[in-house]
Design a protein around this ligand. Structure first.
Ligand SMILES: NC(=O)c1ccc[n+]([C@@H]2O[C@H](COP(=O)([O-])OP(=O)(O)OC[C@H]3O[C@@H](n4cnc5c(N)ncnc54)[C@H](OP(=O)(O)O)[C@@H]3O)[C@@H](O)[C@H]2O)c1
Length: 305
């Protein structure tokens, strides 16, 4: 993993003045320069910004605005899915931004009901995004009862440059083993529910052992538990002068996880990106690790078929 330019990133006096003027005018402010965001090198050689922006449950009618604001705040990695029904809005925001395509990292996902016609599902996603390629294409769930993720994966293996990297979501160790045994390309990432109260260390270990990068979904616990009641998170927030969400995002980054919190709120977009100027101590990391209690907020991977 390469960490690029972390640390303090207050700009020159001129940049600071421009920011202040913009803030006073109620203008939009970019807190983090995209170049400051650390990257992770995947097992296929591609690089992914370690901190991105997720759009699960962003209303399709709101998505273009929300993603435009996220790009404005400095995000360059967007995580969507066919299932979220908002790929068009993501594509429109990116097209309108004028940001060169190669400076962006876009992920989308194939829902299990399309595993039998994976290429058609992939083409539909590209069309909705209005793109010639995605940076990362994922199988959304293993759907083990359908017994067709291997077949779908073999289609993903053939997508070539149209899907620069390919990976999986919600794969348990046994699903990873089967996929690796029966196919050629090892997934670049495994994206699964991961936050302080549910860390799924068995999946982490199986992924790492196979050289698969870990992406945390629901990184803030999806708002399903109150972070202010988690003493080590609250203590770290006080000690670093940061918010609860910033401490949790920092915990993911320091573990090497790829993370893309979702928010529709522009202030929170900037807050969630403003996490590169402090570091949790080893003791704080362990105290947050100890919050593990198997608190699953989403579905179990064997239950979506
Ligand atoms: N592969 C999969 O199966 C899967 C499943 C779920 C999610 N995902 C991906 O992972 C991304 C992130 O997960 P998620 O969206 O489920 O959950 P999340 O990022 O853990 O939490 C989102 C919730 O936290 C709130 N929030 C965001 N920033 C905050 C802040 N600074 N302070 C307080 N509250 C804040 C948001 O509210 P507001 O919007 O009101 O600010 C929203 O209710 C998704 O968007 C999606 O891209 C993948």
């Amino acid at each position: 993993m390469s960490i690029v330019g972390t640390g303090n990133f207050f700009g020159s006096p001129e940049e600071e003045r421009d920011r202040l003027v913009q803030a006073l005018q109620g203008g939009k402010r970019q807190t983090t320069k995209p170049a400051e965001i650390p990257t992770v090198r995947l097992n296929d050689g591609n690089k992914i910004p370690q901190l991105g922006f997720g759009v699960f449950k962003v209303d399709p009618a709101e998505t273009e605005r929300v993603v435009s604001e996220a790009l404005e705040a400095g995000y360059r990695h967007i995580d969507t899915a066919a299932f979220y029904n908002n790929e068009e809005g993501v594509g429109r925001a990116i097209a309108a931004s004028g940001i060169p395509r190669e400076e962006l990292f876009v992920t989308t996902k194939l829902w299990p009901t399309r595993f039998d016609d994976a290429e058609a599902g992939f083409n539909e996603s590209l069309e909705k995004l209005g793109m010639e390629y995605v940076d990362l294409f994922l199988l959304h769930w293993p759907a083990p009862r359908n017994n067709n993720f291997v077949q779908a994966w073999k289609v993903l293996e053939q997508l070539g440059e149209r899907a620069r990297s390919i990976g999986v979501c919600n794969f348990l160790p046994e699903h990873l083993r089967q996929l690796i045994d029966e196919t050629t390309i090892v997934p670049a990432v495994n994206q699964f529910e991961l936050h302080p109260a549910l860390q799924q260390r068995d999946i982490q270990e199986a992924s790492k052992a196979a050289g698969i990068a870990i992406e945390s979904w629901g990184p803030l616990g999806q708002g399903k538990y109150d972070l202010s009641k988690e003493a080590p998170i609250a203590a770290a927030a006080r000690s670093h002068g940061k918010t609860l969400a910033q401490v949790v995002i920092r915990w993911h980054l320091q573990h090497g996880f790829i993370v893309f919190p979702k928010t529709v709120n522009p202030e929170r977009m900037r807050e969630n990106l403003d996490v590169l100027d402090f570091e949790l101590t080893a003791e704080e990391m362990v105290a947050i690790d100890n919050l593990e209690r198997g608190a699953r907020g989403g579905s179990h991977p064997n239950d979506i078929n």
